[in-house]
Design a binder for this molecule. Structure first.
Ligand code: MN
Ligand code: MG
Length: 655
C-alpha cells in the first residue's frame, strides 16, 4: 500500500474503503498512457449551502456545501485529474430556497444563491432534479441562466418528437466536454467526456400545475438508449450519466422513478452518479439489490455513487483510464462516498471537515436574509397553535398538519385512478411533553406565524405518503392509536388516563371522519402494535359525512413515510397500501400551505372525543402553560387539578 497518498485522500474514510485503497492506489499506479480521473458528485443539496438548520435556527455539522467543498478542495489538491458534477435537487428544500422563491424572487439577471455557490466551487456540469420544477419553469430557467457550467437534462422536453433524438429538449440533453488528462508519465492528452442527465418522469404528476401543457417526460432508459450511441458517434471517450434517480429494481419498467440500475446496463455508459433517494452508495443499505455490488460500489459492474443529501457526503468515482489509440477507455474503477461528519456512539456529531471560506463568503447576504426570513411572519394564524391537550382532545397543532396534508394530497390525486375517493388525513402530536419535559409543547399564539414555527409543528423531515385503505382498516388504525389510554372503570374517580409507555408520535388522529373513544373497553392493540384483545372496540360511532363507516368502504389517507411503511405497526399502514410517494416533506407542505393561504385557521373541529361515561373522572398531566388555553378546548370538560410531578400540571376530565 502506498503511503504517498495524502492524509485526507484515499485514507480518510471507513475501514471498508481503506481495504479498497489497498487494492486500488490509482494515481500512484497510473503508468505512461494511463491516467487516473476522479469524478466527484454532490447531490440533493436542497439549498443547503451553510451548515445551518434554518427551521431550528441554529448551526449544524450535518449539512452544507460549504463543508463538502472542503473535501472537494482536498481531492483537487491530491488527484492529478478530477471533475465535479451536481446531480440535481439544488433549488428547493430549505427556507433559503423558499425565501428566494416566495420573497425575493428571480428577475432576469438575478443570481440564485445555489448557483452562486456552485459557480464559486467550480462545477463541470449539473443535471436537474425533480425538485427543480417546484417553483415553476420560469423560476428554474432564470436560476440556471446564471450557471457558469452546462446544465443537462435529456428526458424532460418541451415537445416530444417521433423518438427521443427528435425531441425539442428543455435543456441540452448532454454535453461532450473537452478536457486534458495528465497521464502517469506526466504527459497531457486530450479527452472527450460525455455527460448526460436524467430525472424521474414522475415530475409530470408531482408538479402538474407547473408542467402540464408546458413540458413532456420520457422514460429514463429509453432516452439513454437513444442518446448514448449519438454521444459515442460525436466522439465521447467516456460517458458519465447524471441520474437524479434512485438505485431500485433491476427490472426496467416504462417510466420507472428509480431507474439507475437498468440505466447502468445501457451500453456505452461508463459511470453512474445517482441521487434522489437521499441515501449513500456504496453502503450496506443496498446489499440486497440485484445487479448491485454494495461493497465495491458497482451497478452492473460499472462504478456508481450516491452522495447522501444536503451536502452530507461527496460521492467519488475513481476511473483508471488507458490510452487506446487516440481514445480512452476505462480499465478499472472504484467508488466511495465521503462524509462531512461522523455520528459517535453516544449519537453526538463530530464534523470531519471545516467550512470552505469562499462558499461562506459568496452567499453570506442570502444566508443573512434567510435568517431574517425565518424569524419574521410569513402568514397569520387566526387561532393559537398549541399541543397541551393534543392527547385528550382534538388539537390545533395536529389539525393544521392534517389540513395541509389533505390539501396537498387532494392536488396529487387529480388525474390518477384514485381521484374522487374520500381523502382522510392522519397526524400525531410530536411535541407533547413526556420525556421532553413540561416545556416540551408547541405553543404559537394567534397572530403572526414564522417559518421557524413550522419546525415546532412538524419536528421530523418526513415525506408525505398516501395509502388506500378500507373502512375496517380505518377503524383498526384508530384502535391502534387508542392504545394511548389506560382502561377506565365506569364510575371510578381520578384514574390515570395516559399510558406512559405509549409514545405520542403513535397517537394518530384521523381527520375527515368523526369518532369517539370508549375508555371502558380494553385496548385492541399493545403499545408496539401487537394484538392484545381481538374483540375489543374502543372506537365507536365512527362516521364519514354523518354515515357509519362500513368495513368495505374505501378511503385515501394522507400520512407520512414513517407511518405508511409500517412505522408503529398500524393496520392499513404496513407498506402494502401505499398509492402515492410524495417527493415533498410534510414540513414543506405546511410552509407552502401557510404561504398560499396567508391566514390559516387551525381551530380544532372536535371530530373526535371520549365517549361519555356517567360519574367517571380521569387525571392527566401536561405543561403548566396549558392553563392559559383550558377554556378553549372543545369536546371535553377539563378542570385544573393542581400540580403534577416534575414540573407538570395536573388536570381532571369528567367523562
Ligand atoms: Mn432530493
Ligand atoms: Mg380534527
Amino acid at each position: 500500500m502506498t503511503m504517498k497518498l495524502t492524509r485526507r485522500g484515499f485514507l480518510a474514510t471507513s475501514a471498508a474503503s481503506a481495504t479498497f485503497i489497498a487494492l486500488h492506489p490509482y494515481s500512484a499506479r497510473a503508468a505512461a498512457g494511463q491516467a487516473h480521473l476522479r469524478i466527484m458528485e454532490t447531490t440533493d443539496l436542497h439549498v443547503h449551502l451553510y451548515p445551518y438548520d434554518y427551521y431550528a435556527d441554529k448551526p449544524v455539522d450535518t449539512v452544507g456545501l460549504s463543508r463538502a467543498a472542503s473535501i472537494i478542495a482536498d481531492i483537487r489538491a491530491e488527484a492529478t485529474n478530477s471533475m465535479l458534477v451536481d446531480n440535481g435537487d439544488f433549488l428547493q428544500g430549505n427556507p433559503m430556497g423558499d425565501y428566494i422563491a416566495y420573497e425575493r424572487g428571480m428577475k432576469d439577471g438575478d443570481m440564485h444563491p445555489v448557483i452562486t455557490a456552485l459557480n464559486t466551487v467550480g462545477f463541470d456540469a449539473a443535471t436537474i432534479g425533480n425538485h427543480e420544477f417546484n417553483y415553476g419553469l420560469d423560476f428554474l430557467t432564470k436560476s440556471t441562466n446564471g450557471a457558469q457550467f452546462p446544465v443537462v437534462l435529456s428526458n424532460i422536453v418541451k415537445k416530444k418528437g417521433a423518438s427521443a433524438r427528435e425531441d425539442e429538449t428543455l435543456y441540452k440533453p448532454y454535453v461532450i466536454l473537452d478536457r486534458e488528462l495528465t497521464d502517469g508519465a506526466g504527459e497531457k492528452h486530450p479527452i472527450k467526456v460525455g455527460i448526460i442527465g436524467f430525472t424521474p418522469p414522475q415530475v409530470m404528476n408531482w408538479d402538474r400545475k407547473h408542467l402540464e401543457g408546458n413540458v413532456e417526460a420520457r422514460d429514463i432508459v429509453e432516452t439513454a438508449m437513444a442518446y448514448v450511441p449519438q454521444m459515442k458517434e460525436e466522439g465521447a471517450d467516456i460517458i458519465i450519466a447524471l441520474s437524479h434517480s434512485g438505485i431500485g429494481s433491476a427490472d426496467h419498467t416504462d417510466g420507472m422513478e428509480n431507474a439507475s440500475v437498468p440505466l447502468a446496463a445501457v451500453d456505452g455508459i461508463d459511470a453512474i452518479m445517482t441521487g434522489h433517494s437521499h441515501l449513500v452508495f456504496p453502503s450496506p443499505a443496498y446489499k440486497d439489490y440485484a445487479a448491485v455490488d454494495a461493497e465495491k460500489g458497482t451497478i452492473h459492474g460499472k462504478p456508481a455513487t450516491m452522495g447522501g443529501f444536503w451536502g452530507s457526503h461527496l460521492g467519488v468515482i475513481d476511473l483508471m483510464l488507458e490510452r487506446d489509440g487516440n481514445a480512452w477507455r476505462v480499465v478499472t474503477a472504484a467508488s466511495e462516498a465521503r462524509p462531512i461528519y461522523k455520528r459517535n456512539e453516544d449519537r453526538s456529531i463530530t464534523a470531519l471537515v471545516e467550512d470552505n471560506a469562499a462558499v461562506i463568503e459568496a452567499v453570506k447576504p442570502e444566508h443573512e436574509a434567510t435568517l431574517e426570513y425565518v424569524r419574521r411572519a410569513v402568514g397569520k394564524t387566526s387561532a393559537p397553535l398549541y399541543s397541551y391537550f393534543a392527547l385528550v382532545a382534538d388539537d390545533p397543532s395536529v389539525q393544521i398538519v392534517s389540513i395541509a396534508q389533505k390539501w396537498y394530497i387532494e392536488q396529487m390525486m387529480k388525474g390518477t385512478a384514485y381521484e374522487g375517493l374520500p381523502i382522510l388525513s392522519a397526524a400525531a402530536p410530536f411535541k407533547a411533553g413526556g420525556r421532553g419535559g413540561p416545556e416540551y409543547y408547541t405553543d404559537v399564539p394567534a397572530g403572526d406565524v414564522a417559518i421557524k414555527n413550522v419546525a415546532d409543528l412538524y419536528l421530523y423531515p418526513n415525506t408525505v405518503r398516501a395509502v388506500k385503505v378500507t373502512g375496517a382498516q380505518v377503524k383498526d388504525w384508530l384502535e391502534r392509536s387508542a392504545g394511548m389510554f389506560n382502561q377506565i372503570v365506569p364510575g371510578s374517580a381520578d384514574g390515570l388516563l395516559l399510558n406512559p409507555d405509549f409514545p405520542s408520535y403513535n397517537f394518530d388522529v384521523m381527520d375527515g371522519v368523526t369518532y369517539q373513544i370508549d375508555l371502558s373497553q380494553p385496548s385492541k392493540f399493545g403499545p408496539k402494535g401487537e394484538p392484545l384483545n381481538a374483540d375489543a372496540n374502543r372506537i365507536v360511532n365512527l362516521a364519514f359525512n354523518g354515515q357509519p363507516v362500513t368495513d368495505d368502504m374505501e378511503f385515501v389517507v394522507a400520512t407520512n413515510n414513517y407511518r405508511a411503511s409500517g412505522g408503529g405497526s398500524f393496520p392499513g399502514a404496513m407498506g402494502d397500501t401505499i398509492i402515492f410517494e410524495a417527493p415533498d416533506t410534510n414540513r414543506d407542505v405546511i410552509v407552502r400551505y401557510i404561504v398560499e393561504q396567508g391566514t390559516i385557521n387551525p381551530s380544532a373541529d372536535a371530530n373526535w372525543s371520549f365517549a361519555p361515561m356517567n360519574g367517571t373522572s380521569v387525571l392527566f398531566e401536561t405543561g403548566p402553560k396549558a392553563r392559559d388555553y383550558m377554556a378553549d378546548v372543545k369536546g371535553v370538560t377539563i378542570e385544573d387539578a393542581g400540580e403534577g410531578k416534575d414540573g407538570f400540571a395536573l388536570f381532571r376530565i369528567t367523562l
